[in-house]
Design a protein around this ligand. Structure first.
Ligand code: EPU
Length: 449
């Protein structure tokens, strides 16, 4: 079979636009440290609203979503200060101080919520603290349907009166929320978080069944406990929360980002590299690590790091995304790239989001042989990838396209890098630190010309 030659001049095809420029073919090696988990830090900002006074969060990732969440809580009256690059026992502390006022605002504006869907998690804390919340509707997103009806049903069960408008959700509980027994129809991460945060100040005891068990929820429970909340059942599918009269501020370190770690693990595996990934509990990646090993990758785990070692050959595996401890949907796009280099036919079943497939067309441009059958992604490998111009459609898709660029011959230009900025602290710098040839091209007049 004759293959087209690599396209080293792909950069010229998209002059002037912001992009990652990746030159493939480097085997990654060295050590990379992950930042605090995006999906924990965002919720901890919301949780801080529950306790007037000064809370301090360490290991907060330096990402656009945290900037957006900062704007949301500032709008509610919180004074937020970031002490970037502070050194805590020899490493970056990335501390954020949140000075929460006695009197909080109750409205979140549509433009901020549109930038950050996760800001819906201020609903529970606002209701609990003020008895009133007027929160802009998070709207749709490019992962498919993302309704919030479980958040609202749970809050109603705690006595909130909720009106859903086209643009806003308005919730009242003037006499305070009341403890209740509530079973979630689905173990939604966001609904669990909203309900736990609402329940910590509710009158009496709340039992939440079929809650999500993601490690970030354990981190939230730890922070709430440090604030003075009484919560039993951490890490299980059932939480019992005894409401307290008030909470006091606290200091907490955000847990390491398992999805960032998993992304680097795939980067190492797909380039046949030898990379140690620090700052994460490998237990939080138990299922992805087990799948990597099933594909032929050697992984060694320590207490707060894992090491991915070179392998002779990758082979096909099947994956099904599921709520934790199942395989995380947030690593699905990255694993498509891995499996494009594995011998045989792999199948990935996406069970969490009904629309997390937009990356397929972009990956196919690079030579990945992957197509959709229902909600199954069928990947055939190994395939030779060739650099081209592709577009990130969301955060994890953007990261996966950069990983594909590490394997592709020639240059891969990944447009819309802002999606990746949402969730990865210094993605380019960290990849370069382990030997990747990748740069960030920022638009300037000179560059465009
Ligand atoms: N769902 C409903 N009704 C609800 C709530 C959820 O039908 O009331 C459905 C959603 O439509 C979706 C599924 O349940 O299909 C999962 O939603 P879930 O509420 O569990 O997720 P989330 O809280 O919206 C968080 C992460 C996502 C991650 C998912 C699943 C944050 C800020 N986001 O979203 O992270 O994929 O849990 O683990 O924590 C990412 O980081 O790239 C990302 C998308």
């Amino acid at each position: 079979m004759t293959l087209p030659s690599p396209r080293p001049a792909a950069a010229a095809a998209a002059p002037g636009a912001d992009a990652f420029v990746v030159t493939g073919g480097r085997r990654l090696a060295g050590t990379v440290t992950v930042s605090g988990a995006k999906n924990s830090a965002l919720k901890l900002f919301a949780a801080a609203l529950l306790a007037p006074g000064r809370s301090v969060l360490h290991n907060v990732p330096d990402i656009a979503d945290v900037t957006a969440m900062t704007a949301v809580v500032r709008h509610l009256g919180v004074d937020v200060a970031r002490e970037a690059h502070a050194i805590e026992r020899g490493r970056r502390a990335d501390a954020v101080t949140l000075e929460v006022p006695e009197r909080l605002g109750t409205h979140t504006p549509a433009d901020l919520v549109a930038r950050l869907r996760a800001s819906i998690v201020v609903l529970g804390p606002l209701l609990a603290r003020t008895g009133h919340a007027h929160v802009a509707q998070p709207g749709g997103c490019n992962l498919g349907n993302r309704s919030i009806e479980l958040h609202l049903k749970g809050l109603e069960a705690m006595g909130a009166d909720i009106h859903v408008g086209v643009e806003h959700v308005e919730a009242h509980a003037p006499g305070g929320l009341v403890g209740t027994d509530f079973e979630l129809d689905y173990a939604s991460v966001g609904a669990t978080e909203n309900l736990v945060m609402a329940a910590v100040l509710a009158r009496g005891t709340t039992r939440l069944r079929n809650v999500a068990r993601e490690p970030e929820i354990g981190d939230l429970v730890d922070f709430l406990t440090a604030l003075g909340a009484q919560i039993d059942g951490r890490g299980t599918g059932e939480l019992e929360i005894v409401g307290v009269d008030g909470l006091a501020p606290a200091t907490h370190r955000v847990l390491g980002d398992r999805i960032e770690a998993g992304t680097f693990a795939v980067a190492a595996a797909v380039t046949g590299g030898d990379v140690t990934i620090e700052g994460v509990d490998p237990e939080h990646l138990a299922r992805p690590i087990e799948r990597l090993e099933a594909a032929g990758v050697t992984v060694r785990c320590g207490e707060d790091h894992l090491r991915v070692l070179p392998q002779a050959e990758l082979h096909a595996i099947d994956i099904a995304t599921l709520p934790y401890p199942g395989f995380p949907t947030d690593l699905q796009p990255q694993f498509i790239v891995l499996l494009s280099q594995a011998a045989g036919t792999s199948m990935i079943t996406e069970n969490v989001f009904d629309g997390r497939f937009s990356i397929l067309g972009e990956l196919r441009r690079l030579g990945v042989d992957a197509h959709l059958e229902g909600h199954h992604i069928v990947v055939r490998g190994p395939r030779r990838l060739l650099g081209d111009v592709v577009t990130a459609t969301d955060l994890r898709a953007g990261a996966a396209l950069v990983l594909a660029g590490l394997v592709a011959e020639g240059d891969t230009i990944v447009l819309e890098p802002r999606h990746v900025d949402r969730g990865y602290t210094d993605f380019v710098g960290k990849l370069r630190g382990i030997g990747a040839q990748v740069t960030r091209r920022i638009t300037t007049t000179a560059a465009a010309g």
